[in-house]
Write a protein that binds this ligand. Structure first.
Ligand code: SF4
Ligand code: SF4
Length: 315
């Protein structure tokens, strides 16, 4: 008889004591793979769906041990001269030649290489989640599933959230909303609230900034509200991208008809920490690097939502 393969989700990080991903003290589990490519992405390692080997440039001592350990020649070193005429180096892995043996990771003494993306079962994740239950009970916290885009793995998410609810654990789903409605329907019965990103109200501009249009995201938000779901709406404020008042007011106007479903509006001012991550991971994707918004700009944006009656905080 054929063996049934247990359902797994691809996790790239787990953070306990998280206080920004829903109410109370939470554990946030980050799942790999995202359909969006936001220009300000702070987790570029989450974008690809497959497990990969990441190289932390700041930890690498250029010893070459990974090259010697690689049995297929997939790992290579490239020397180059930068814009200032300084000699530099970088390392690559050729996916065509890599057999995912992990020898390069084992050979790397400063731990500059690591697997990003581990397949985990519901029970493996729940074992970790249960350890934090005393903190959830005291603070009103619980489990948050995030990403990447966790709902790209909707079947797994439904099973995980169902398991959490069966143990009375509060659940949040952090989503960009760019998923088929069927994926949301699968998790709705087990989700206490959606942490729902709204990045731009103009679809063309949204596509320019994230790689996808916004119609599906906005339609799904309305459908969640109609189905009785609750939201923490998250608005990243990225100067030069979406921080203009016209877009902010349009976002507020979109939310007004579904206001009963909105428990909270979270304003997330852009900060430059993503840049550190891009450098550490040697990330070569398309990015923007604006100056962070001023306190006055953020105050004005908050006022728009507060005046409209929304419970609003700055993250
Ligand atoms: S995982 Fe194995 S094959 Fe792939 S780059 Fe590392 S040593 Fe080479
Ligand atoms: S083994 Fe590690 S430290 Fe040495 S060159 Fe390779 S990645 Fe860098």
């Amino acid at each position: 008889m054929a063996e049934t393969k247990e359902l797994t989700g691809k996790v790239f990080d787990t953070q306990g004591f998280s206080v920004h991903d829903g109410p109370g003290i939470r554990i946030t589990v980050f799942f790999k793979g995202c359909p969006l490519k936001c220009l300000w992405c702070h987790s570029p390692e989450s974008q690809r769906f497959q497990t990969e080997i990441n190289w932390l440039k700041h930890k690498c001592v250029d010893c070459g041990r990974c090259l010697q350990a690689c049995p297929t020649g997939a790992r290579t070193r490239e020397a180059f001269v930068d814009d200032k005429g300084e000699p530099k180096f970088t390392y690559h892995i050729d996916p065509e030649k890599c057999v995912e043996c992990g020898a390069c990771i084992k050979a790397c003494l400063p731990r500059a290489l690591y697997w990003c993306g581990t397949d985990k079962t519901v029970e493996e994740i729940m074992d970790r989640v249960r350890k934090d239950k005393p903190f959830f009970e005291k603070s009103g916290g619980g489990l948050t599933v995030s990403g990447g885009e966790c709902l790209a793995q909707a079947d797994f998410m439904a099973e995980l959230l169902k398991a959490a609810k069966s143990e009375d654990i509060d659940t949040c789903v952090d989503t960009c909303g760019f998923v088929p409605w069927e994926s949301i329907e699968k998790v709705l019965p087990y989700t206490d609230r959606f942490l729902y990103d709204i990045k731009h109200m103009d679809s063309e501009k949204h596509a320019e900034l994230t790689g996808v249009p916004n119609e599906l995201i906005l339609e799904n938000a309305v459908k969640i509200a109609e189905a009785g779901g609750k939201f923490h709406i998250r608005i990243p404020v990225i100067p030069t991208c979406n921080a203009d008042m016209e877009n902010i007011v349009a976002t507020k106007d979109f939310l007004l008809p579904i206001a009963d479903a909105v428990e909270l509006v979270q304003i997330l001012p852009y900060h430059a920490l993503g840049k550190v991550k891009w450098e550490r991971l040697n990330w070569k994707g398309k990015t923007v690097e604006p100056e962070p918004p001023s306190d006055e700009e953020i105050d004005e944006i908050v006022k728009v939502f507060v005046d409209a009656g929304f419970n609003t905080i700055v993250h």
